[in-house]
Design a protein around this ligand. Structure first.
Ligand code: SF4
Length: 486
């Protein structure tokens, strides 16, 4: 009896390739992904065989390549249909269209952060001029409910949003009622520095189950330097506000995120410890964005993408160790990406969408009734560039703003599958396109990915997470898997 199977069983035309991409992941190992982001780590020799339809001797690997729909037998189209089904599930959010509606209720702010991305106005600015009016709010509400989405998230932003709590209250009460009448699931988020929090607001948050998103940049010295407030009480008020919500509403009702300035880079451990000290269960390690005061006050020049990636990796290592020691702390950017890598779901994070999440995933209504494709587009407008302005609540209907040539053109240009570099990048299923970022940095909505900070940052994070998933100890893998939100 022969030790080997017949020559025919190794026949070259045993399988046909389905769409795959491959890129170097780490140490001469290559990641191969399919259209929906399922992946394998392979040696180049195996990839060579695969793309040349050569014999794959490793039966286990061959089985995995079939089951992940990297290859099929060329005759039975069930594999193609299954892959199509998975792809439809992955992009199902597109049919919902705009579900995130960001409402800037005031441009005024009591802080003077030099990295401010929206070029806020000071407290003394005329509130008639910089706060949203009831007339504008009514039109915003009508536009929100013109969206076909069954799930609607209304996020109040500023400046400091609570400076115009009257309008937050007004919009929330009406949207809540209309949600019930129209059978839509409406959720609310208030983005705030918490300095204005009082009992009335706490009761309101409780009544409407409103989530609160705040900024905590680290321990007192770092937070107050990054986010200066003339009275020098920013850190104290933020911590007091977090505790107030945790004790009087619930622990999970408040989340915080940090912005990495040049002075944050050496304090990853202290920043994480501050989150633990305040019983927070998630942290979002965010770099500066190239908009608003971050540009005009030259904050953006304080570090490059390599330095931020070093900060990200070291801080993530520390967060994983904290989890190993029994405290559950999730890094949110990793969580968004791990969910894309390890599950059939995409959480719809606006910056990691193709076509672009701006407009499709989220839309922003400014205090004066101007409507923008994204928060970043509003920031661009504050710098005098109105390219991404969709219209105005007084002048344009939902259909005019959402169904116009501008949107169709932007969707066309932000399809990563047809963008140079992205089209052949194995990380494409996890990535996105950010036309506003690329316009801000390269004056071009598509952007040359060879010199793109967006590309470099994301590719660095993807490679690091894949490396951890493949090469770390079992406990680290379990922790990363526990961050998948599916
Ligand atoms: S932006 Fe960069 S990492 Fe993302 S898909 Fe394009 S080439 Fe790949």
């Amino acid at each position: 009896m022969s030790k080997f199977q017949s020559a025919e069983s190794y026949s070259n035309d045993k399988y046909k390739l389905l769409p795959i991409r491959f890129s170097e992941a780490y140490d001469n190992k290559y990641i191969v992904t399919n259209m929906v982001g399922e992946y394998e780590i392979l040696d180049f020799d195996i990839i060579n065989r695969l793309v040349n339809n050569d014999v794959i001797h490793d039966k286990n690997l061959l089985g995995r390549l079939y089951s992940k729909h990297f290859i099929y037998d060329g005759t039975d189209h069930t594999a193609l249909k299954l892959l199509g089904l998975k792809y439809r599930s992955k992009i199902s959010r597109l049919k919902e269209f705009t579900s995130l509606h960001m409402v800037v209720v005031s441009l005024r702010c009591d802080y003077t952060c030099s990295y401010c991305q929206v070029s806020r106005q000071g407290l003394k600015a005329d509130f008639d001029k910089y706060d949203m009016s009831i007339k504008t709010a009514d039109k915003v509400i009508d536009l929100i409910f013109s969206s076909p989405s069954k799930g609607i998230k209304v996020e109040f932003q500023g400046g400091e949003s609570l400076l115009n709590f009257k309008i937050i209250k007004y919009i929330t009460e009406i949207c809540h009622l209309r949600g019930i009448q129209e059978n839509r699931n409406v959720q609310f988020v208030i983005a705030t520095n918490l300095s204005m929090l009082d009992d009335e607001i706490i009761n309101f948050i409780k009544k409407y189950n409103i989530y609160v998103s705040t900024s905590l940049d680290g321990p007192r010295s770092l937070h107050d330097r990054n986010r200066p407030k003339p009275e020098n009480d920013g850190y104290d008020l933020t911590i007091k506000g977090i505790k107030n919500i945790q004790e009087n509403v619930s622990l999970s009702q408040v989340t915080a995120l940090m912005t990495t300035t040049g002075r944050s880079l050496d304090y990853g451990i202290e920043i994480v410890d501050e989150y633990i000290k305040n019983d927070l269960s998630a942290i979002f390690l965010r770099p500066l964005s190239p908009y608003g005061f971050a540009i005009t006050k030259k904050q953006i020049n304080q570090y490059d993408t390599d330095r931020w990636l070093e900060f990200f990796k070291n801080t993530l290592d520390y967060i994983i160790n904290i989890n190993k020691n029994g405290y559950n702390l999730m890094e949110q950017y990793s969580s968004l990406i791990l969910t894309k890598i390890l599950s059939p779901k995409d959480l719809g994070y606006v910056d990691l969408q193709s076509p672009s999440g701006a407009m499709i995933g989220g839309i922003i209504y400014d205090y004066d009734g101007s409507v923008y494709a994204s928060d970043e587009a509003r920031m661009q407008a504050a710098m005098g560039n109105f390219k991404f302005k969709l219209g105005h609540v007084d002048e344009n209907s939902y259909e005019e703003m959402i169904g116009g040539e501008f949107i169709l053109d932007a969707i066309d240009k932000s399809m990563s599958v047809s963008v140079p570099s992205c089209t052949s990048c194995a990380f494409l299923p996890y990535c996105g396109s950010d036309p506003v970022y690329h316009f801000a940095t390269q004056n071009n909505v598509v952007g040359n990915k060879q010199i793109s900070g967006y590309c470099k940052k994301n590719m660095g994070v993807f490679k690091h997470l894949i490396n951890l998933l493949e090469n770390s100890d079992e406990e680290t893998k379990r922790i990363l898997q526990s961050w998948v939100r599916y």
